[in-house]
Structures are given as C-alpha cells and as structure tokens.
Design a protein around this ligand. Sequence first.
Ligand SMILES: Cc1cc2nc3c(=O)[nH]c(=O)nc-3n(C[C@H](O)[C@H](O)[C@H](O)COP(=O)(O)OP(=O)(O)OC[C@H]3O[C@@H](n4cnc5c(N)ncnc54)[C@H](O)[C@@H]3O)c2cc1C
Ligand SMILES: *[C@@H]1O[C@H](CO)[C@@H](O)[C@H](O)[C@H]1NC(C)=O
Ligand SMILES: *[C@@H]1O[C@H](CO)[C@@H](O)[C@H](O)[C@H]1NC(C)=O
Length: 512
Amino acid sequence: MVKLNSILAHLAFAHLAVSIPTDYGTTTTSNKTLIGCLDAANVPLISASDADYAPAVMPFNLRLPFFPVVVVVPTTAEHVSSAVKCAGAFKTKVAARSGGHSYAAFGLGGADGSLMIDMKKFRDVIVDPNTFIATVGSGLRLGDVATRLYNDARRGLPHGTCPGVGIAGHALHGGFGYMSRMWGTTLDNIVEMEVVLANGDIVTASKSTNPDLYWALRGAGSSFGIVTNFKFTTYPAPGSGVRASWSWTLDDSASDTVEKKVKIFQALQDFSEESAPSNIVFGVFMTNGFIDVSCVYWGPRAEFDTLIAPLVASFPQDGLPTPTIADYPYIDLLVVLGGGEQLPQPENYTKHDTFFTKSIVAPTKLTTKSLTSFFTFLGERGVEPSLSWFVIADLYGGKYSNIAAQDPAGSSYAIRDSFFTFQLYSNIDGANPPVTAYPPWGFEYMNEMSRSITEPQPETKFQAYVNYVDPSLSPQEAHELYYGSNYQRLRELKGRYDPELLFWNPQAIGTS
Ligand SMILES: Cc1cc2nc3c(=O)[nH]c(=O)nc-3n(C[C@H](O)[C@H](O)[C@H](O)COP(=O)(O)OP(=O)(O)OC[C@H]3O[C@@H](n4cnc5c(N)ncnc54)[C@H](O)[C@@H]3O)c2cc1C
Ligand SMILES: *[C@@H]1O[C@H](CO)[C@@H](O)[C@H](O)[C@H]1NC(C)=O
Ligand SMILES: *[C@@H]1O[C@H](CO)[C@@H](O)[C@H](O)[C@H]1NC(C)=O
C-alpha cells in the first residue's frame, strides 16, 4: 500500500517525447498481417502509425517504455477472442492492460513487440440486488469500483488505496488494503470470471466450472487468460472508520535513533500478533529521519481508544508523539486514504512516476538483529542525492487476520502466511516535467536496503508480493519468491492452457 500523500506529490502529467518504432505494419484489410487479421475481424485497434498510439502506450512507470506492435481496444469478449486468435496465428505475445500500474509495465508486455489488449472499455458494474454479488468490468480502476459499489448499493470490497490502480491486475495477483484483514484480499472475493483463453475460447472460471483455471488465475492471472469481467462478493459498507497515526521525526545521526526505531517496530509487531482484531490494519511508513505508525479501524472511536491504549503504552514513552486521530464516513475515508484525490477515474489516465520497487514478505516477526541492521542502513545510507525512497510495512497477518484464514490450497496466491509485507519504493521525486531516467546505481542500492532486512535473519524464508513485481529478478527467482511450492502446479497448468506461452511477460509462468 502506498502512502499517497507523499507519492501523489510527485505524480504529474507527462509530456514526454517518445521515439516510436514505425516498422510495425500499417492497416490493411488482409489476413497476411497481424493487423490485417484484426481488421478482418473488426477488432478496434491503434497501430504504431496512428496519432493515438503514443498516449495509448505511455507506461505508468516511465522508467519502462515498451512498444507493442499493436494496441487493441476491444468492447466485447468476442473482440478479445479474435485478437488472441490473430496473435496466435502470427506468433505474437499477448498482454492485457487494465489500470497499467504494473511496476514492470507488464500491461505493455514487459518487452517490445507484444499485442496489448487495453481493457479500458470494460466499465460495467452491476450489483445483484439479492446476492449482492457485483459483476465488474476488468477495465475499471479501484476508485471507480469503490464509488459504484457504494453509490449503487452501499456495498464495499477490500482493495488497495490508490484510486488509479486497475481492478484486474490488482485482483488477479492479490490486492491488499485497509479492509483486508477483515474481508481478505481482493483476490479472495472473486467468485467467478469470464476469461478468454489462449485458443480464443471464452469460458467461465469458478469453484465449480474450470476449477483448475480458477485456482491459477487467482494469483497468476496474467499468464492464463484475459479476464473480461469479475464477479465479486461484496460487503455492507461500514458506517465509518477511524484513522490514526503516530509520527516520529528522529535525528538519524543521534546514537539512540536506531534503538528507538527498533523498539517502535517491535511494539507494533508484538501487539499485532495476538491483539489486533480483524477490523484494524496497521502500516508503518519509513523514510529519512521519519517513522510513522498509522492505522485504520473499522468501528466506533470509543472502541478504538480502548483497543489501542496498550499499544501506545508499549511505544517508547520518551518523545511519544501526539497522534492524529479522526473518524470519517466510509467513502470519505477512502478519499483520505487515496491522498485526497477524487475516487472516480478518467477513462484516459495520465498519471505517471519513475520508480523501482522491491518487496519482502515476512512470515514471522523481524528479529532485533534484522531490525537493527535495517535501521542502521537507513541511518547511515539513507541520504542519497537524486533518489527518493520510502519503505512501507503493512500488517497482513496476526491471529485474527482473514487473509491468513483463507485456505492456502484454494488459489495460486502464495503469500497467505505474510505477517508484515514490506514495500521498498525508490523514485525520482518531484521531476517536472517527469523524467524517464532512473540512476543505474539505484537498483543495487535498493537491493542492499532489502538485504539489510533479510540477511541478518537467515532462519526465515522470506517471499515477495507479485503485485509489487520486481523486474530485476530472474524468472526463476521471481517464481520462487512469488509462488514457492505452487509454481510446479502453475507450470503444469500453463502447459495445458497455454502451451505456446502466448500470454507472456518476462516473468510469466513457464519462463522457468
Ligand atoms: C500508485 C500505486 C499504488 C498501489 N497500491 C497498492 C495497494 O494499496 N495494495 C496492493 O495490493 N497493491 C498496490 N499496488 C500494486 C498493484 O496492485 C499492482 O501494480 C497491480 O497489478 C496493478 O494492476 P493494473 O491493472 O493497474 O496494472 P496492469 O499493468 O494493467 O496489469 C498488471 C498485470 O496484470 C495483467 N492484467 C491486467 N489486466 C488483465 C486482465 N483483464 N486479464 C488478465 N491479466 C490482466 C497485466 O498483463 C499485467 O501483467 C499499487 C501500485 C501503484 C503503482
Ligand atoms: C482470415 O480472415 C477471415 C475473415 O476474413 C477469418 O475467418 C480467418 O480466421 C482469418 N485467418 C486467420 C489466420 O486469422
Ligand atoms: C481517450 O483518448 C482517445 C484518443 O487517444 C480519444 O479518441 C477518446 O475520445 C478519449 N476518451 C475520452 C473519454 O476522453
């Protein structure tokens, strides 16, 4: 989850000059070329020579511009099916894009030369008045979905905070937010999908229909098909929620700062393990000279005050900050958590960042040794000119978490036993106009930061979160970190559903 106040500050409208390859073929209604095949099937498309191509292929992460041979903008599942069949016939890799927020630009294929299927026209939301199951188009973004569920039916769904993130990439690979310890991840609430397979078949995947596919899509969706719409379980939206935060500004050169940060983090770990009910989520935001513990509690303020007192009492009392605490109606709190941005998103999305991110899924508490090493690294190496960074640790687990409570064999999503999930985010802050350049040393710097946590704790098997995809990992490393022992079955199913690896990105199932 991203601390948006800080992130949104540097997101801007891009006016980048991109150089576009021109040899990708032009529009002719003939079957002899990929574009001719698409045209013959009446699939709406944008080719490289069209004026709309440059904005259509602009990645969210400007560090990773990739150029598809053609962008398809389907309005029906049949269009998706025809596009997939044409790509198969012309041996062109396929990737779908929903919100385009992949950290590795995998929605563009993660390499040049793919056929990109832009799902932005799939925008329906229908809430069944009896079951409250919501049918949601795969081109919508989290802010759109939240708004529609709430306005139409006073319902909610667990998902991340940033309103611009796409529902499809998010839900197919996890989906964590402030309701997730109460309602599970977004993925846990998918009851059914309509999906286009590599052979062009349009099928349903649910617990009872194509259960293998249902298992694989929920965790590794991008490798198994193009989802056109989802059916999600929804929940009555809570009346209100409490947001609270404790922020310490600390001098990183002072001799007791590392110890103090360790104690703050340990107090939260200890409280979270046994005492955090499912209707609370904590996040710890860390950057130079700063550590902030914040939470959202879905319940009344008086209850929150009683619950939180023992945690506050266990923080270092010397210099204990005055907290910021406020309660908000449900939908207003989503806006606050999204950094104040309005929730509904434009169909043509124009925000960007230039960044590299790593993640660490910790199945147990971090040891004193690990935390000391990490905070020492931040104290000694935190100030790096021309690169901004922050680390966020989100509480996924603990005794009462409904993420951990789901059947681990029920989906290919493999970080069920996450206690805290860490996101280590680095970017070029505040560049206006935005830049594509990221310093080459930044990768190793972030890797060192990551190792400062994991290396002092070799007894723990750390994993990584596939929604925070790290393109610096080899396919093999990625598969091991994202899927662990589920990878073998994913690979077998890939052989069955997509033996030619048509649905591909550099870390797709089957590439190792
Ligand atoms: C600013 C920001 C904030 C974030 N906050 C959170 C957060 O709070 N919690 C959290 O858990 N994660 C968060 N994330 C990570 C986010 O969940 C992932 O980046 C997610 O995969 C993005 O989905 P998308 O549809 O926007 O991306 P895309 O780039 O469109 O897609 C991501 C992947 O899914 C595939 N895909 C997309 N659509 C389909 C489809 N219809 N069928 C099959 N495959 C498809 C793509 O090919 C690609 O491989 C955040 C990311 C950003 C950039
Ligand atoms: C060629 O085009 C026709 C329609 O004009 C279509 O039926 C056929 O499947 C196409 N061939 C390929 C290889 O896609
Ligand atoms: C989105 O952009 C395309 C051009 O790239 C334009 O044709 C279309 O009208 C835009 N849609 C909206 C809703 O603004």
